[in-house]
Design a protein around this ligand. Structure first.
Ligand code: NAP
Length: 347
């Protein structure tokens, strides 16, 4: 007899095998929760007829009563006898496994790397010398992470690193010269969090297409981001994950965004292929809308984007940083595009 397990087990089975029918055949639940809510069979014929054993369920008042039989997600047509036997075996196997999982054994480990007596995380933010990357670096350093930021120049990287916190390291990395990335990152020993935000403003239109800018934009964001992940991959700790920055321009072009729209859409594809190739490490993309308190936008008077945003304002740097943290640390989220845009895509 299972105690409180069957409900969890049934949910787990249905979750793991959506579209199949699963029931805990032959199991008598003593949980006060019945299987109600998973759908009731139209008649009592299915009662225990997989194994011939009688199925009973316990009512909320504790009495063993024969309730309407519940067959979660029963498909049309019904399985063959062979399928039933197979399904029974899967039912029992998965139910047994799931019922053994205890919450403390679920591998959610937000800050995973242990160094010495305290747990710290090593975060590298490529593009951490400015804008959203810098806000992230401040957040991570503020909670005691080991943080490395990059800039295109060593001088700026070191200056900004010291401004953020004395513990932060600054490295020179130029993603527009991908062949130099491996050498530039050779000092990085291990990585728990890799965030790549780097971008340069390579605005161009089709009418005035600037080939040099277009090549620079594609090289920096698509080739440079990819090479950075490749180079650091062998230094990932077991729980390491990656967040790549795209942007809402991938869905909403604006004048001059020809290449920005293109490369941010490319981030969606890059995440998909990386998720397969760096598995079991996770990789996700974040796509902010226009960030209202970013130095580039905060002084724009009466920004027309505000009235189009359902939350009545532009998103903030802190909100983007918070969402990035979520993607880095939620161990179930992988290969996703997360929009942080205040809902502007529905207007
Ligand atoms: N700001 C927004 O409203 C907004 C909206 C949507 C999406 N995004 C996305 O969010 C990310 C960050 O944007 P941001 O506006 O915060 O950027 P930002 O303020 O312009 O900062 C850009 C960062 O990238 C670095 N960088 C520039 N060119 C580089 C290169 N060739 N190689 C390596 N690093 C380079 C810069 O370092 P140095 O200058 O020190 O070299 C700086 O640290 C971008 O991917 C962008 O597409 C931003």
């Amino acid at each position: 007899m299972l105690d409180a397990g069957p409900d969890l087990a049934v949910q787990g089975v249905a979750f793991l095998f959506p579209g199949r029918e699963f029931g805990l055949t032959g199991v008598t639940s003593t949980s006060p929760t019945t299987f109600g809510g998973w759908g009731h069979a139209a008649d009592g014929k299915a009662d225990g007829n997989r194994t011939g054993r009688r199925r009973t369920q316990t009512t909320a008042d504790g009495s063993n009563d024969r309730l309407p039989i519940v067959q979660p997600f029963r498909g049309t047509g019904g399985p063959s006898g062979r399928d039933r036997s197979w399904a029974d075996r899967v039912d029992r196997f998965v139910a047994a496994r799931i019922s053994r999982i205890r919450p403390h054994r679920i591998p959610y480990r937000p800050y995973v790397h242990r160094k010495g007596p305290r747990i710290v995380t090593t975060s590298i933010i490529v593009g951490g010398s400015g804008g959203l990357g810098r806000v992230l670096a401040q957040r991570f350093a503020g909670r005691g992470d080991t943080v490395i930021i990059t800039s295109r120049t060593s001088e700026r990287a070191k200056t900004v690193a010291v401004e953020i916190a004395r513990t932060v390291r600054g490295l020179a990395v130029d993603l527009s010269r991908p062949e130099t990335i491996e050498g530039a990152l050779s000092d990085v020993r291990e990585v728990d969090n890799l965030v790549i935000t780097a971008i340069t403003e390579d605005f161009t239109t089709l009418a005035d297409f600037d080939i040099a800018k277009a090549i620079h934009a594609v090289t920096t964001k698509l080739v440079g981001y990819t090479e950075t992940v490749r180079v650091l991959h062998d230094r990932f700790t077991p729980g390491a994950s990656v967040v790549l920055f795209g942007g809402l321009a991938k869905e909403r072009p604006y004048p001059g965004s020809t290449m920005v729209t293109t490369i941010n859409a490319g981030i969606t594809g890059l995440v998909k292929t990386l998720a397969v190739q760096i598995a079991p490490h996770r990789v996700n993309a974040i796509h902010p809308g226009m960030v209202g308190d970013h130095p580039r936008w905060r002084d724009v008077p009466e920004n027309p984007q505000v009235s189009r945003t359902p939350i009545g304002r532009l998103v903030t740097m802190a909100e983007v940083a918070d969402a990035t943290d979520f993607l880095l640390h939620n161990t179930g989220v992988n290969a996703q595009d997360l929009f942080v845009d205040g809902g502007v895509r529905v207007t």
